[in-house]
Design a protein around this ligand. Structure first.
Ligand SMILES: Nc1ncnc2c1ncn2[C@@H]1O[C@H](COP(=O)(O)OP(=O)(O)O)[C@@H](O)[C@H]1O
Ligand SMILES: N[C@@H](CCOP(=O)(O)O)C(=O)O
Length: 354
């Protein structure tokens, strides 16, 4: 294999945007970047395992063993599904991450998309985005973050109803998709990995008004998505479902209109399916979302939990500092410190030869 270097860039995402639980996502201007160098291997030379270096968010905790790191494990899953049993010899990967872990800004979705892009490049597989999404969905099983990270913008997605064989194939435990590799995993570690059915996820990009920016109010504590999903009920009342459906239908068009209508959007970003159940995990959540309104904060359009939290996402056209300062004061009363960032909605992932 010839030597080459390429760069993968995957954006952060904010899922749900209020009523669109597990349905909509927005790609935001924080990035996970991988600079990947493949070296050529002379015939007969011994196998050199991958070398991973990592800076930025999560650097203190992320595994640097390619058989334990989420991104490289996803890449290896994709390779193994195409009968390629190992990383190429002498691979080096320099990761720089701007997406904080466990805050509701899609760090794991970005890591999974980086993994499918990495596998696609290393294996010279040339898979289209639609097929890469199938592989990503075998790992991250809600489509909202991974789809937005892949294609970019304000995106809605659904998981197709599969026939029973495909349903079974798509429901294998995560431990089979991403197994624990033995410590001496090396050049030729095989098992038959579960290949995803074709066309699991489908998506559409909605219009987005250029004037809308995202204020990410980021509490200084982590909340894993798994924990924040455990508190959700399995059944909902018709009243609550209709409440969300009505708002989501309006929201997907309202955020693309210029100028955006604060009255319409503020109400359309309310939710009864996940936020009420997550408030016990995020002190200050109901206070922040109910006391920062378009009337009290000119420029605000709507405010919601970002993904599974604890970040709060305020969509606004101006007045960003006042929104963040007041959210900071409310969180402080609950004993929570925050950081905040003004983000823009960006395009999806990219792969560039360097
Ligand atoms: N760049 C990365 N490389 C490796 N693992 C990552 C990366 N980003 C996230 N992860 C893993 O995903 C976890 C966070 O996922 P999750 O709980 O879904 O939160 P969120 O996606 O909202 O940040 C991290 O604790 C880490 O294990
Ligand atoms: N729809 C999911 C989104 C999780 O997003 P994350 O950024 O917190 O991983 C949920 O609400 O559980």
């Amino acid at each position: 294999m010839s030597a080459r270097t390429f760069t993968l860039r995957v954006p952060a995402t904010s899922a749900n945007i209020g009523p669109g639980f597990d349905v909509v996502g927005l790609s935001l201007s924080l990035y996970l970047t991988l600079v990947v160098s493949e070296s050529s291997r002379s015939p007969g030379a011994s196998y050199v395992p991958p070398k991973l270096r990592y800076t930025g968010e999560g650097a203190a905790e992320v595994p640097l063993d390619a058989y334990k790191n989420l991104t490289t494990r996803v890449a290896l899953y994709l390779l193994r599904c195409h009968d390629i049993r190992s990383f190429p010899s002498g691979l080096t990967i320099d990761v720089h991450n701007e997406i904080p872990f466990g805050r509701g800004l899609g760090s794991s979705g970005a890591a999974v998309i980086a993994g499918v892009l990495l596998g696609n490049e290393l294996g010279r597989l040339n898979l289209p985005h639609e097929r890469l999404l199938d592989f990503a969905l075998m790992v991250e099983r809600h489509p909202d973050n991974v789809t937005a990270a892949l294609v970019g913008g304000f995106v809605g997605s659904y998981l197709r109803e599969l026939d029973s064989a495909a349903t079974e194939a798509a429901s294998v435990p995560l431990s089979e998709v991403l197994p624990e590799y033995p410590p001496d995993a090396g050049e030729d570690w095989g098992l038959n990995p579960p290949v995803p059915p074709l066309g699991i996820g489908h998506f559409v990009r909605f219009a987005w008004s250029e004037s809308i920016k995202a204020v990410a109010i980021i509490p200084r504590f982590e909340l894993s998505t798994a924990t924040a999903r455990e508190v959700l009920p399995t059944h909902y009342s018709r009243k609550d479902l209709v409440f969300n459906l009505q708002r989501l239908a309006v929201l997907t068009t309202a955020l693309g209109q210029s100028p955006p209508d604060p009255e319409l959007i503020y109400e359309a970003m309310k939710d009864r399916i996940h936020q009420p159940y997550r408030k016990a995990l995020i002190p200050g959540l109901p206070e922040v979302t109910s006391s920062i309104t378009p009337t009290t904060h000119p420029g605000l359009l709507g405010i919601c939990l970002s993904g599974a939290g604890p970040t709060i996402l305020a969509l606004a056209t101006h007045g960003f500092d006042a929104i963040a300062d007041d959210a900071r004061a409310i969180f402080k009363e609950k004993g929570v410190e925050i950081d905040w960032k003004l983000l823009t909605v960006v395009g999806g992932c990219s792969v560039e030869s360097t």
